[in-house]
Design a protein around this ligand. Sequence first.
Ligand SMILES: [Zn+2]
Length: 257
Amino acid sequence: MYVAQIRFAMPSEADEEQALEAINLFLGSLRGNGQLCGAEISLLAATQGYFSFVLIPDEDALDAAHYNRYAKQSLEDFKKIGLVAPEFTIIGQDTDAADSCTCATSDWYILFTTYLSLESPLHCGNCFGPIALYRIAPTYDDAEYYDIHCWQADYQACDQLQMNCQTLERSATRQLSQLNSSLSRQGRKICKKITQASTIPTFYYLYRDKGNSREEEVSRLCPSCHQEWFLAEPVHGKFDFKCDRCHLLSNLAWDVR
Ligand SMILES: [Zn+2]
């Protein structure tokens, strides 16, 4: 991920209220399209106009070539109200973030996030690097990824509750772990959509919290097709189970791993 500055110059004749509305719509459309990471987007007022400092998934994430119809419409609205197009400057690379996938092709994808993650929840199955959402076909309304953003926010909320171990820990863990929880159904529906549109099998991860023993864990069967899915070697150091029939992944329970 990179940190970028977006500058919105404010011509003296422009109406401030209209300008702010158009700017916020533009930033929202970039976020909806996966061109910005994270949910928080701040806008700072300065004498030279407005500035936003944003996290972006790739160096070229703000290229107009990636815009969806909402971003294009926003820029048309900019012209109507006397605003000029925003200026983008890359400030630097986020040293904490995982490198984006640069594989020429991915053989498979994984939908995966955690409560700490700011990056795209779509990962390359080959390198596990995150893939910016605008790189795949829209999954919602032919223009954006609203369903993926909703799933990610819900998943992160459950993961946070599960980590904190205070409130709704067991319900949150069930949502993360069970094949038929509403969270898993939502996630698997997204995986199916991505698989159909891209023809790249997209796997869903089922979190596994506790087990009785390693022996019992290893013999665990796929919860969907009830066939063997244990891997001799974990994939990406975290997935000990993989079912190619059902496009599911899981881990050995952390307490016996
Ligand atoms: Zn299966």
